[in-house]
Design a protein. Structure first.
Length: 392
């Protein structure tokens, strides 16, 4: 099937935060701003997902719903198996309206107030937000940044893992915003350090499907079959299939006792009654019939990276782009321009391009902006031209 990801789709009147409601977050953004900030894609969903949603709507009633059908679990577990050679028992999957809320629930059941939770900044900002909101302590194990490439500081991680006050590593794999897809050797070293020291690992793998051609994502839990009860993996179809607004994620908890704690917490404290019927229809269709569309999107994203590099080379040659091995987010290093962070961000906004401010991800993001390249190429080109104008 042919897909036209070059088509610019009007997202007005769809309640889009990225497009229609950016002013709530950045009131000074001028009319006509190109929004390359929030992590959803400007591409239409796969046809089989749209067809499944239409079918479900035709059934007319949207009551409380349960995912407990063989077809649903078959779709999800076959995806894990087929894409990652990962055998997940359906009993080990629990549901959450999103990965971010799940991170909070997990901190609640795995740790006590005050406990240390290790994160690797610059990293997706709700990580630190959730740790603080739940009264736990942020422990930073910053990534190393050398010659435009990011890596894990294993010596520092080992030191922090040995500290008995620290109970959890909150891991981002693939990594938002720096775009690393951690290799097997890196995952083995990281897992060994944490597990030897009795830490739990919450592995946020929401971007697992979004990797560049030739690069492989390895689910951390597959490398530690004996210790997988200490690894909790957060997955979701939301980034992969552009379904974030439907709010459904799958959290894999192998340990039975932890799973019961989760279920009690979600039932009694959160009163989450389970996934909504539209999300169930969409996700089952996505994991059953969505692969061809995903492969087409991945090819388009690969090309967008190449185009972004060209545009930057032509218009902003001093910007460094660490290889976005995964995700559809480019972590742009503007430090050569020597601008105060707020001025850098404000100049882009004034020029009509909304990016994410690097310092949102930690102080390590000073001098950086994050750009979402899951958009038609024409928008990407216009955005880079405007960015160049902003710095001229
Ligand atoms: C690493 C990471 N985790 C979680 C999320 C959001 O998850 P959800 O929308 O399921 O809460 C994002 C969105 O960008 C993300 O990058």
């Amino acid at each position: 099937m042919d897909y036209d990801f070059d088509a610019v789709i009007d997202r007005n009147k769809t309640n889009s935060i990225k497009w229609e409601f950016m002013h709530l977050f950045v009131p000074e953004a001028p009319a006509g701003t190109l929004p390359l900030w929030v992590a959803d894609m400007d591409f239409p969903c796969a046809e089989p997902i749209l067809a499944a949603l239409h079918d479900r709507v035709d059934k007319k009633i949207f009551g409380y719903s349960s995912p407990e059908t063989g077809e649903y679990y078959r779709a999800v577990c076959s995806w894990y198996q087929h894409r990652f050679n990962w055998y997940v028992n359906s009993d080990d999957i629990v549901f959450s309206p999103g990965v971010v809320p799940a991170l909070g629930y997990l901190l609640e059941i795995l740790t006590e107030p005050g406990d240390g939770v290790i994160i690797q900044p610059p990293v997706y900002h709700p990580f630190s937000g959730k740790i603080t909101a739940y009264g736990r302590t942020i422990v930073n194990n910053p990534l190393l940044y050398r010659d435009g490439c990011y890596s894990i500081d294993f010596a520092d991680l080992a030191q922090k893992a040995r500290d008995l006050r620290n109970k959890v590593l909150l891991f981002c794999s693939p990594h938002n915003p720096v775009g690393r897809v951690w290799r097997r050797e890196e995952l083995l070293q990281l897992g060994e350090i944490c597990l030897e020291n009795g830490l739990y690992i919450i592995s946020d793998e929401i971007h697992y499907d979004l990797v560049r051609r030739g690069i492989t994502h390895t689910p951390l839990a597959t490398l530690f079959p004996e210790a997988k009860h200490r690894i909790i993996t957060a997955t979701a179809p939301s980034k992969t299939f552009n379904l974030a607004g439907l709010q459904l994620s799958h959290i894999i908890i192998h340990d039975r006792e932890l799973r019961s704690r989760w279920l009690r917490y979600v039932r009694d404290i959160i009163s989450y009654s389970g996934p909504n019927p539209l999300s169930l229809a969409a996700v089952q269709a996505a994991y059953t019939y969505g692969e061809e569309w995903l492969e087409a999107v991945l090819a388009y994203l690969d090309d967008n990276v190449a185009h972004l590099r060209n545009f930057l080379g032509r218009y902003l040659p001093d910007v460094i782009l660490p290889p976005p091995e995964g995700t559809y987010l480019a972590w742009l290093d503007f430090r050569a321009y020597n601008l105060p962070q707020e001025e850098l961000f404000a100049r882009m906004v004034k020029a009509g391009v909304l990016l994410e401010n690097g310092v949102k991800y930690g102080k390590e993001g000073e001098g950086f902006l994050r750009l979402n390249f899951a958009c038609p190429r024409i928008i990407l080109a216009q955005a880079v031209e405007r960015m160049a104008g902003a710095l001229a």
